[in-house]
Design a protein around this ligand. Sequence first.
Ligand SMILES: Nc1nc2c(c(=O)[nH]1)N[C@H]1C(S)=C(S)[C@@H](COP(=O)(O)O)O[C@H]1N2
Ligand SMILES: [Mo]
Length: 198
Amino acid sequence: MFFGKPKVKKENDRVPPNQNVTTKWPVLHVGNVPYYPDLTDWDLKVYGMVEKPTTFTYDELLTLPRATAQNDIHCVTGWSKLDNVWEGVAVKDIVKDVGIHPSAKYVLLHAEEGWTTNLPLEDFLKESSLLAHTHNGESLSPEHGYPLRAVVPHLYFWKSAKWLRGIEFLPLETPGFWEKNGYHMYGDPWKEERFSWD
Ligand SMILES: Nc1nc2c(c(=O)[nH]1)N[C@H]1C(S)=C(S)[C@@H](COP(=O)(O)O)O[C@H]1N2
Ligand SMILES: [Mo]
């Protein structure tokens, strides 16, 4: 009799090299946690190499189809957290009507206080990328990115900008905050692309 490989991935196959699984959720960022007593002053700008630059209010964002995703996150400092359930908006729904110009090849995500991170357009547009407002059934806490954060689970978690306020489409790759400070331009956890010299 033939027994196939088990369908469920073993935990080992899910944890990239030199990462440790935690059930806690560490808080990591530079700068201050922004607080929003109400969201009337909040918006999300989608701009750069697009036909129709668009500004979303929070209410407008909530009218878009609701996306749910389950994934694992891997922080460059060595912790991984498995089976996160996120709710929010799929990237493809945010960019649907903005008309990304064919010469746009990269994205720079802009957060509060001018914090940025860069990634290739193709990676941002991946099916698994989303803009999340909810984690494991609860609204994001201020520390984890309320009201909206990016979640790009296939790259190290520093690419997942908390307190997201802008999505800029660019023809050339522009390093973001950590990328300027020695982190890898791409950041594949399976290849351990932690630093620019890796
Ligand atoms: N705006 C902003 N987003 C950020 C960061 C930051 O400093 N500022 N740090 C990144 C890093 S290094 C990591 S590991 C994750 C941590 O997210 P968490 O605090 O929700 O675990 O957020 C990323 N997003
Ligand atoms: Mo990180």
